[in-house]
Write a protein that binds this ligand. Structure first.
Ligand code: GLP
Length: 254
């Protein structure tokens, strides 16, 4: 459905705030008020330029900014659409992808891209407390929410902890459920880092984003109740679909 009832909006051309920025804020406001609904097409650049009495270049700049923020989405050869709101993910609890999606009423999925027995690189071996020749399973999975790729995860698990693990165990299944049910492993806590990065062409193809699109790179090391590291995970989350939330508390003494 296209948005076709754009009111005659005006922007202040004498304002020190750039014109593209004012247009961007107006479009954003219409999205937030539900005037521009999720999945509806934005009016063509030409029409927006006429409405705001600016050049198409200025309108394009506003649209590019909103696309970069994941608020608008371009569909090749079709147009620009209002994107689904990002998934808000709290970072204060050790949860699984499956739990996170279930909480939002979405169906979690996992497509196994590869599953191999390897000797991990030194830093991962050290993290997992493995010796020089010790082996681990390395599993690469695309994580899906209602069938849409959200993240690409490379999980390394010591073979000694999960000797019977097989590729099909992780296909469309929760690793954490498996660890608890099959191996009796109860996770206790994890250390996790987050960094920005860009999608390589390989990652982009698996995540259905453009090559170079923004991603959030996370490393997680999870520990059991005996403080043994039981998984090392490198995750790449789609920057256009995720927003991470952290609660900050001020100490009474500050
Ligand atoms: C999240 C975390 C991963 C973890 C995974 C387990 O995606 N980023 O570090 O391995 O959850 O999820 P599940 O139990 O659904 O396989």
């Amino acid at each position: 459905m296209a948005i076709n009832h754009l009111k005659d909006e005006s922007i202040d051309k004498r304002s020190p705030v750039p014109m593209y920025y004012q247009i961007m804020r107006q479009i954003l406001d219409k999205i937030q008020r539900g005037e521009f609904a999720v999945d509806s097409a934005l009016p063509p650049e030409q029409e927006l330029a006429k409405t705001y009495k600016v050049s198409r270049m200025t309108v394009r700049q506003a649209i590019v900014e909103l696309v970069n923020e994941g608020i608008l989405k371009r569909r090749k050869g079709i147009g620009t659409f209002v994107a689904h709101p990002k998934i808000e993910q709290a970072l204060s609890r050790l949860t699984s992808f499956t739990e996170d999606m279930t909480l939002r009423g979405m169906k979690a999925g996992a497509r196994v891209i590869s599953f191999e027995e390897i000797v991990p690189e030194t830093s991962i071996r050290k993290t997992l407390g493995l010796g020089a020749g010790d082996k681990a399973f390395e599993c690469v999975r695309v994580r899906l929410a209602d069938g849409e790729p959200m993240a690409l995860e490379t999980t390394t698990l010591p073979v000694s902890l999960y000797p019977q693990l097989a590729r099909q165990d992780l296909e469309n299944r929760s690793l954490y459920d498996l660890l608890a049910e099959r191996c009796g492993i109860r996770l206790d806590y994890a250390m996790q880092s987050i960094e920005p990065t860009c999608a390589s062409s390989y990652e982009a193809a698996l995540l259905h984003v453009a090559s170079g699109a923004p991603l959030l790179l996370m490393h997680r090391i999870s520990y059991n109740q005996e403080t043994h590291a039981v998984e090392h995970v490198k995750s790449l989350y789609r920057g256009d679909r995720y927003k991470f939330m952290i609660e900050l508390r001020r100490k009474p003494s500050l």
